[in-house]
Write a protein that binds this ligand. Sequence first.
Ligand SMILES: [Zn+2]
Length: 455
Amino acid sequence: LALIIRNGTVVNAFGRCRADVRVEGERVTAIGEGTGQPGDEELDASGCHVLPGGIDPHTHIEMPAGEGGCNAGTWYSETAAAVAGGTTCVLDMITQERGATLTAALRDWQRRAQAGAVCDFGFHMGVTDPLPEVLAEMEAVAAAGVPSFKLYLAYRDRLMVADGAAFRIMRAAGALGALTLVHAENGDLIETLVAEARAAGRLAAGVHGETRPALAEGEATHRAMQLAQLAAAPIYIVHVTCREALAAVRAARQAGRPVWAEACAHHLLLTDAEYRRPGFGAAPYVLSPPLRDPEDVAALWGGLEDGALDLVATDHCPWHLAGQKERGRHDFAAIPNGAPGVEERLALLWTHGVETGRWTPEQFVARTSANAARIFRLEGKGAVLPGCDADLVVWDPAVRRSLSAATHHSAVDHSIYEGMPVAGRARFTLVRGRVVATEGKPVAEAGWGRFARRH
Ligand SMILES: [Zn+2]
């Protein structure tokens, strides 16, 4: 039995054409005219684009937050939100607990993700405590299908690793043919600025932004490049936000070094004006690196244009205002960092990328799906081609709507995009041949998602 997606325009990163798409089981088996047979099930894609499902290579789902708790939502709710928005695969950040093994962390994440996920999922392994025996575990982690590691140059005393440790992690990953992801902000400098602001009695949520200046990100990005060059290792900079960091990425790429980089949707769509909201009003925007000024925002769009940035992720990390962000009501440093966005990414980028004429639909596919599949070696994903996984989005560009916490599917009590108008919605989302969302509403069962093992 087959499923035919009829009358749409198939868009890949390399081109588009009017064609029907035939799906048998979990795969696309044919693209073209006359691929249907009597008895086939049909999905109507008239007026729609048929895209490879979105791949979000940077999420934090059920991220542990101490005392057995975690951030808002579950593997089920957050991946249901993802498919509602047209994303069919996420790569989630595992964090090694200090003193514990990487293997234990991987097992824990795999168990929770498998029980709840609606879309496919893979992982990056965050190394926070690079003891020799931990570095020795990296080979087994890569062999288990997680050939990418993450290190933090920020969050001193919790996640940050010193330069020597960063160098050793990069070198060990590079020797395995694995990629190292870097959160590049100068954690030591930031803690100094945070301490000074607090000592001066400046505690409102909006103060967060100025304690994490662009130069602190630029410095750490440049440093990451130098360490990676010394380690002869490929690296990927997560959430580039500013001109200083972009310059470091550009220089390394122009020198022909193996460097990749992402932007995140909120840094392309919001500015540091949000930090001028009084009191606790800026709390939803407490995320790191922070929102930047309009010139930085323009520079990020330019970086996507000229190829300095490869793709757009979300850094999806939802926290409720009530009971979670609220813990920092009287002290910005106690507000958990992060914001939701896995559901909104495609609509925001379609609206501000394609509708404005800045991007072609092909470039949209490259920056939301195909490039992530290539960089992170997600075989069979990121393209609509015979033999590929039938991870598909039937994207209806004619739908006009406003984003709101009242209608989103992420299990979090607010939206940083509240009231923003967008064009486009997923009429159907398929994960490996199964319809998991219709008209922007999830219809899938928990556990349909499968671990995307990478080599
Ligand atoms: Zn992150």
